[in-house]
Design a protein around this ligand. Structure first.
Ligand SMILES: [Zn+2]
Length: 537
């Protein structure tokens, strides 16, 4: 069913392409004014319509009435090139991902010299163009540089910056983008109408969420829901289970029990996630999103409800109560713990253990957790003018390089020298790899320096573990060697003396974790809150 919906609603003309108006309008304009280029580059995330649009461009160019922005649909070419049609001899699709296209490219170079068989243009659609090998690109380049008047190239790629510059520079570049949830929901609603099928709005929104900006993936998920909707009792909860998401009632139960210091339901949930082979990361993302929703509700943002999933009223009421009971500090604390564990799930530790420890940490009072500052007077959101130095303040990040170095005075030998150049070392680390820098910023002391072995003591066991797993020691060693010679090896221990002050934004790095949002980032993104500098500005 999913596949058929996707195929059935595949566009055959630019006016049918969903959510890419910035591209389709421009292309239609140039078709109207007969400004035809010989090489196009379509870039953008997967599933957002690049290849479909390349085919539509070919159809528009080769229509007997064309080139036109509105193919007639009647001529031979239009019928051949309609979505799911038989295709045309003069429109040749090649996938550079399959085998670098070396032989194909040579053949193409030779064949391109022949005029099209039955159409106006001979059009080459080259998918995954960034994977064209240098040999293939060279073979193509000659044709791209001096194309016969009837040859047109459309390169499609998810990574335009990796397309060989010699090719890229000769193309007209059109950037496709992810489609907004709102547009996806509208589109699917109209599809359902045409199919005379009714589904709850929340289910359609879930399909859009799973589709994550892709019309194709959204429709495919919608098809899955339509098939399941024949079964009695199909609702949002059933749909979430179908796509491996945690149901909203189950999520409510987990948070409520954590607040009652009862960890049993959470542990049971972990067991069912593991036993069902569900995606642990998605489970944590679901929890994180719920915390986000609770934060929005608590903040009482008037348009907050719009950004929330369409909860049933009774569920929404429960969520609001839980949010009030938890309070903003705990919600922030939860979001930090969750974001933190989202990263940890990347390590090859058993996910069950990680998830269980996550809930244990969420259950304890934030004040006795590893967060060393007093969370009841939450310093995460505060006026930017507030200076470090008060009990509540966090240090500016660049100062924290020094503050992590507070250490008893019994340092021996050149350990002191390393401490002296610590800010420079941290700068080097930051440039080399941000994750390593973030891990070091969670609270690290220099334990000792003996026989060329520099021992780092992490306050946070999780950070130490990630440091080792992410091969950060090598990065760190290189960074050290730039300003200090003689360090031959880095050793890691846990249990350093907690630094006097530390950065709150541990473990989370945007580059390393595209999905994870720290508490601060979440709030900044959702509420527009001002966050003290956890990022060096
Ligand atoms: Zn036509």
């Amino acid at each position: 069913m999913g596949l058929t919906l996707t195929l059935k609603y595949r566009p055959s003309a630019f006016k049918e392409v969903i959510g890419q108006e910035h591209v389709t309008t421009a292309l239609m304009g140039s078709l109207q004014s007969k400004q035809i280029h010989h090489a196009y580059l379509f870039s953008g995330p997967r599933g957002c319509g690049k290849t479909s649009s390349a085919r539509i461009l070919a159809r528009s160019l080769n229509c007997a009435e064309g080139p036109t922005d509105d193919p007639c649909g009647e001529c031979q070419s239009c019928r051949d090139l309609v979505a799911n049609g038989p295709g045309s001899l003069d429109v040749i699709e090649m996938d550079a991902a399959t085998h670098g296209l070396v032989d194909d490219a040579r053949e193409l170079r030779d064949k391109a010299l022949y005029a099209p068989v039955q159409s106006r243009y001979k059009i080459y659609i080259i998918d995954e163009a960034h994977q064209l090998g240098p040999a293939a690109a060279n073979a193509l380049l000659k044709v791209v540089e001096e194309p016969p008047p009837y040859v047109i190239f459309v390169f499609a790629t998810t990574e335009p910056e990796k397309v060989l510059p010699t090719i890229r520079s000769r193309t007209h570049h059109y950037q496709f983008r992810l489609v907004s949830t709102e547009i996806l929901v509208n589109h699917m609603t109209s599809v359902l109408k045409k199919e005379s099928i009714e589904l709850p709005v929340s289910v359609v929104e879930l399909a859009a969420k799973i589709g994550a900006g892709s019309v194709r993936d959204s429709l495919s998920t919608l098809g899955q829901f339509i098939s399941a909707s024949n079964e009695p009792g199909f609702d949002y909860e059933a749909a979430t289970r179908l796509v491996g998401q945690t149901g909203s009632l189950e999520l409510s139960r987990i948070f409520d029990s954590l607040l009652d210091a009862d960890i049993a339901p959470a542990i049971a949930m972990v067991e069912s996630v593991i036993n069902q082979g569900s995606d642990s990361r998605r489970f944590v993302q679901d929890l994180l999103e719920r915390v986000r929703d609770m934060t929005l509700l608590l903040a009482g943002r008037s348009d907050g409800v719009k950004t929330l999933r369409s909860y049933k009223p009774e569920v929404l009421q429960g969520i609001e109560l839980t949010a009030q009971k938890a309070g903003i500090n705990r919600l922030i604390f939860w979001s930090e713990v969750l974001a933190d564990h989202l990263i940890k799930l990347r390590a090859s530790l058993p996910p069950q253990v990680i998830l269980e420890m996550m809930f244990v940490r969420m259950m304890v009072e934030p004040s006795v957790s590893k967060t060393s500052s007093d969370p009841t007077v939450e310093p995460v959101i505060k006026a930017p003018t507030e200076r470090a130095g008060s009990r509540l303040s966090k240090p500016e990040v660049n100062q924290s390089h020094q503050t992590t170095m507070k250490r008893p005075s019994n340092t021996v030998g050149s350990l002191q020298e390393i401490e002296n150049v610590w800010p420079q070392i941290m700068e080097n680390v930051k440039v080399a790899r941000r994750l390593t820098w973030t891990l070091l910023s969670t609270g690290v002391t220099l334990e000792k320096f003996e026989d060329g072995v520099l021992t780092l003591a992490f306050v946070n066991a999780g950070a130490a573990e990630s440091f080792t797993r992410s091969e950060s020691a090598e990065i760190f060693q290189v960074a050290v060697s730039r300003v200090f010679s003689g360090v031959k090896q880095i050793a890691i221990t846990v249990g350093g003396i907690p630094p006097i002050q530390k950065i709150d934004n541990e473990m989370v790095d945007e580059e390393e974790s595209e999905n994870a949002l720290s508490g601060e980032n979440l709030l900044m993104k959702e509420l527009g809150a001002t966050v003290i500098s956890t990022d060096e500005r």
